[in-house]
Design a protein around this ligand. Sequence first.
Ligand code: ATP
Length: 237
Amino acid sequence: MTPLLEVTDLWIAYDRIAAVRGVSFHVGAGEIVTLIGANGSGKSTILRAVSGLVPVSRGRISFAGEDLVKLPSYLRSQGGIAHVPEGRGIFGNLTVQENLRLAAYARRDNEIYSDLKGVYHLFPRLGERRLQWGNTLSGGEQQMLAVGRALMSRARLLLLDEPSMGLAPMLVREIFRVIKRINEQGATILLVEQNAHLALEVAHRAYILETGEVALSGPSAELRHNPQVWEAYLGGT
Ligand code: ATP
């Protein structure tokens, strides 16, 4: 079966310095795949390339069989790719509810209201705060809102960049529980994460990046129980 996302021999440079060097990976429909690795190994850059926020020097990014490399970012998002960036990207001067409704602006179906209720069910805190401005939410609540927006867009592929960043441990657990739940409900997820332990707990498969290259890949369960993985690539943590 063709994977939903297939990245082949991807090269990306900033000011002629290669940040991503010949990376290949794929994400099957219904999977959670994680990219993990040290700071600066190129994880966020790869997500930005998939959503079209950085240009690619070489390689192929194929989504549902279509090559994305020349497609502008807004068409990728209309085509079903939702990027939840580090730093979250919500609208601070809109309410929680407005943020969520706006994320569904391109939809023409009549299930927007039931999806809104679904998001409030997943994140009761957002329901309680639905009339509150985005910029008055805590970091964790903003993260929930960013994920909620991606769900409202009914994306076929969610790109989650460091969902645990800056969150208290309890909220990190909550976010990861939701990631698992939305995957069980059918969402395909490409997850970039600093917290390799949690990422390997939730993902089906993982790719470990080292200075812009894939050093190792495999089922999360195998990588998680391999002590060499932790010693060699993940800082012995
Ligand atoms: P982190 O976990 O710290 O966010 P990462 O694995 O996501 O790291 P990237 O943010 O993709 O790594 O960065 C990969 C490399 O590209 C790093 O060396 C970084 O300094 C460099 N880089 C990232 N963004 C830019 C930019 N806008 N201009 C120049 N260099 C950049």
